[in-house]
Design a protein around this ligand. Sequence first.
Ligand SMILES: *Cc1c(COP(=O)(O)O)cnc(C)c1O
Length: 472
Amino acid sequence: MAKPDTFALRKLPSVDEVLRTTAATDAAARYGRLAVVSAVRETLAAARANGGAPGGTDGVAAAALTRLEIAQRPNLRPVFNLTGTVLHTNLGRALWAEAAIAAAQLAMRNAVALEFDLGAGHRGDRDDLIRDLLCELTGAEDATVVNNNAAAVLLVLNTLAKGREAIVSRGELIEIGGAFRMPEIMSRAGARLIEVGTTNRTHKKDYVGALGPKTGLILKVHTSNYRIEGFTKEVSARELAALARERKVPLVNDLGSGTLIDLSRYGLAHEPTVKEAVGAGADLVTFSGDKLLGGPQAGFIVGRKDLVARVKANPMKRALRIDKIRLAALEATLRLYRDPDRVAERLPTLRLLARPKKEIEAAARRLQPVIATKIGAGFDVTVTPCASQIGSGALPMETVSSAGLSVRPRAARRSGRLLAALSMALRRLPVPVVGRIEDKALLLDLRCLDDEAAFVANLASLAIAEDDDAMA
Ligand SMILES: *Cc1c(COP(=O)(O)O)cnc(C)c1O
């Protein structure tokens, strides 16, 4: 660092001088005097360390204000998800339908009949709010809801197989990410895992051989996030259901993504629906609320009345329950499925997945010149076809044909550094933009971009600094 210029240091304004500026008095009205005083002190200390304050008193005030604005920015901020993954777990999965948002707001602002039976005038059960809808949409006898699907699986295992054995195919002992590993969940639930078959092939006789007096349940797991191909064999849910019924043990089917509608309507591959899993004879089916269902984070347990009653009687249910906000949003989301012809218009997850490539391509063509100008001479910006993913482990092998912008550094030798600097600059925007690096270019998949005008306006402060990659 350069030796501090004593003249410039002497010329640093005092805290009081800065506080008398208009910028500082305005800031005090917004953030409070104490916060402004400490921001001014910090700014002056930084100026002293750097050998002076450019811009004098007003410059210090402006720098202090920027400091405050950054500090006041919420940590959980909206981003532009241009990753091409519609249900991105790290970006919060499903976007809520407007009806769900409105219902959640009402529940936040008001006292609600959460556990209060308005007909009878006495205490009610929060599950009653969505039980009938869930039964109608899934064909199940009864239903309950908990914090997420991981909780649903944990609760079911603990209720039906604590101190007993849970039989699972070796091909279905999945890890979902974020430390959700089936064998570990089993042991935390107090169930003894009995693995049957092999990684690629499991037969009915393997299950038969494992069934015994200590069996608590048979678990079928929808291996949603990977696929084994080639010489494979699994026992279908229907066959397993027949075996489970004959041996009087419950069959639990962990579906994961939990689709309530046939996705082939929208040109996507068929993902087993909850209704199909219930219809195939599973005694309980578990699935998520914020994957393909398109609602808030939640985990559903639907199926046989007597088993749901046992699950609800487990004291762990109380620890895993969901609050009024999510229940309100879930009810509104589930209601949308009563009108299957319009659900894709109203539910962002389905709307984004069903968005035609032509429409996305047109957006890419409109944005190409804007981005090319904004990002500058160091990069080539081209309209490119690409492949979006559903995400959250749903249909991992299926991609959805999409379009976007490919931003490629011209200097191939510095390509890595330039791409890192560009990605960082985009993440530093007021609304951070998240794309993905593919084939030595930054790919911005426009499937999930709704508001082009906001996207363009947000680029105004874009500043790419090649040295930034060290901090990326
Ligand atoms: C996603 C998934 C889970 C976990 O669900 P969360 O809602 O993320 O807790 C469990 N099982 C399967 C098969 C899944 O796909």
